[in-house]
Design a protein around this ligand. Structure first.
Ligand SMILES: [Zn+2]
Ligand SMILES: [Zn+2]
Length: 225
């Protein structure tokens, strides 16, 4: 399995290649679909090789180009059933800030959010915790990791790679998301992610981090609790 990271406006999109085709993890901001397809072609694949468009949660920086990407590839869009509501309406949804500073940032973004509405969609596949993705040519399972949103998921691949979406960020260092719907479940999800013992975590915001960096982050949480 090969993972290619592409920055799509605000978050990372991952193009995951294996012997049975390509899976795209998160579809970036609006108007990123042709860039994603160009990156897929550059790696020697046709757009039709995409088996699944996997959205870690329903925010615009992850789902913004999902519909356009589906048109270009023919691949179905999958999202956890808990976040289907977020992609049904075009309005910007930013959860409460984790701190006063991030809440101020969120308020500013909400005020200007109207400039870029979400292209809404009805998901083709509604995911649940522990669901296998093997039928889509992806040797991986869904892990429900709510908190940032109710339907946030992580994707655990058989080779130990874990896509965590916005459950854990690594902008400056490994940390909780800037915004969260439910702090308690976000903290619980971080422990769940740690318990999955990933070899490497691919976050949507910032650079990928390894098991030792995840251990250190969880140790800091233990010290706090
Ligand atoms: Zn998000
Ligand atoms: Zn995000």
């Amino acid at each position: 399995m090969q993972v290619h990271t592409l920055f799509t406006g605000v978050a990372n999109t991952f193009i995951v290649e294996n012997s049975r085709g390509v899976v795209v993890v998160d579809a970036g901001m609006p108007r990123q679909a042709s860039r994603i397809v160009n990156a897929i072609r550059a790696r020697g694949h046709a757009p039709q090789d995409v088996r699944l468009i996997l959205i870690t949660h329903g925010h615009i920086d992850h789902a913004g180009s999902a519909v356009a990407l589906k048109k270009l590839t023919g691949a179905p869009i999958a999202i956890h059933r808990g976040d289907a509501r977020l992609v049904e309406t075009p309005s910007l949804k930013i959860p409460p800030g984790r701190s006063a500073a991030t809440e101020a940032l969120g308020a500013l973004t909400r005020a200007f959010g109207w400039v870029m509405p979400l292209e809404t969609f009805v998901p083709d596949v509604l995911l649940d915790d522990d669901q296998s993705l093997r039928e889509f040519g992806f040797n991986a399972r869904v892990a429900h990791t709510p908190g940032h949103t109710a339907g946030s998921i992580s994707i655990l691949c058989d080779d130990g790679a874990l896509f965590v979406g916005d459950a854990i960020l690594n902008l400056v260092h490994v940390a909780f998301p800037l915004f969260w719907e439910d702090a308690a479940s976000a903290r619980e999800s971080a422990r769940k992610i740690h318990a999955l013992k990933p070899r490497v975590c691919y976050t949507a915001h910032g650079r990928a981090f390894d098991a030792s960096e995840l251990d250190a982050f969880i140790a800091r949480q233990d010290a706090r609790d």
